[in-house]
Design a protein around this ligand. Structure first.
Ligand code: A5P
Length: 234
């Protein structure tokens, strides 16, 4: 692993460890998905194993995170109506005002279902994730049902983006844990995120989009000079 990559992984871990300060014994925790969230899950597992965290239960946002939690001995439960105490999850882009794009890992729908029911929703990431305005780097992932996906793609394209169906490593359609397709909407410009979220949601066939607006309560972004902290203003 070269030095830059090592530093990136170290940043992800630092952000994850900072977020873990919100997790206490007895809590129900939402487990995010992706490479940054994995650091948080691993550390949670270590603390459960060492007895530093007791009576913890977790709701996983993807099959991959569920498998990791099982390996680590973190007890998994289904999401209940009372929601979760805290979610720790990664982001593809996030702003200082705590809006985010998520879903490049394909778990956006479950991530949003859990995050919407969290008392505390923490985003973590390395410094590459912090942007001035959403849309600077990342496409907006949209999960759609297979039926009529070409029509859904055309409708999304009408919003002024290039729509690329997500592929897996073998070049087949990427299929989400929910059995659906993901269409990546490349705008290549700053987004009018709130208007866009409403427009995308109104398209038949769309299940969920990766715009997480006004949802996060905290963000920890690791940079070489330390972990930057952001919190939602009351
Ligand atoms: C998973 O669907 C995503 O929302 C991830 O949280 C996001 O893509 C960040 O992933 P990394 O931490 O791997 O960059």
């Amino acid at each position: 692993m070269d030095e830059a990559l090592r530093e990136l992984e170290a940043q992800k871990k630092r952000a994850a460890l900072r977020a873990l300060a919100h997790v206490e014994s007895g809590m129900t925790v939402g487990l995010g998905s992706g490479s940054t969230a994995r650091y948080a899950i691993r550390e949670m597992g270590r603390r459960v194993k060492e007895g530093e965290l007791t009576h913890l239960s977790a709701v996983a946002s993807s099959e991959a995170s569920a498998a990791l939690a099982r390996d680590l001995g973190i007890p998994l439960v289904e999401l209940s109506a009372s929601g979760v105490d805290v979610v720790i999850d990664g982001a593809d882009e996030l702003t200082e005002s705590l809006d985010a794009i998520k879903g490049l890992g394909g778990a956006l729908t479950r991530e949003k279902i859990i995050a919407a029911r969290a008392k505390t929703f923490i985003l973590i990431g390395d410094e590459r994730k912090l942007v001035g305005e959403l849309g600077e780097r990342s496409p907006v992932p949209v999960e759609v049902i297979r039926f009529g996906w070409r029509a859904t793609l055309a409708d999304l394209g009408e919003l002024g983006c290039e729509v690329i169906p997500r592929q897996d490593d073998r070049g087949d359609f990427f299929v989400s844990d929910n059995g659906h397709l993901v269409l990546d909407c490349h705008f290549g410009r700053r987004l009018r995120a709130h208007e866009l979220a409403a427009e995308v949601r109104a398209i038949p066939g769309v299940i969920e989009h990766g715009l997480f607006l006004g949802m996060a309560t905290h963000a920890y972004v690791a940079a070489p000079e330390g972990v930057l902290e952001f919190a939602r203003r009351a």
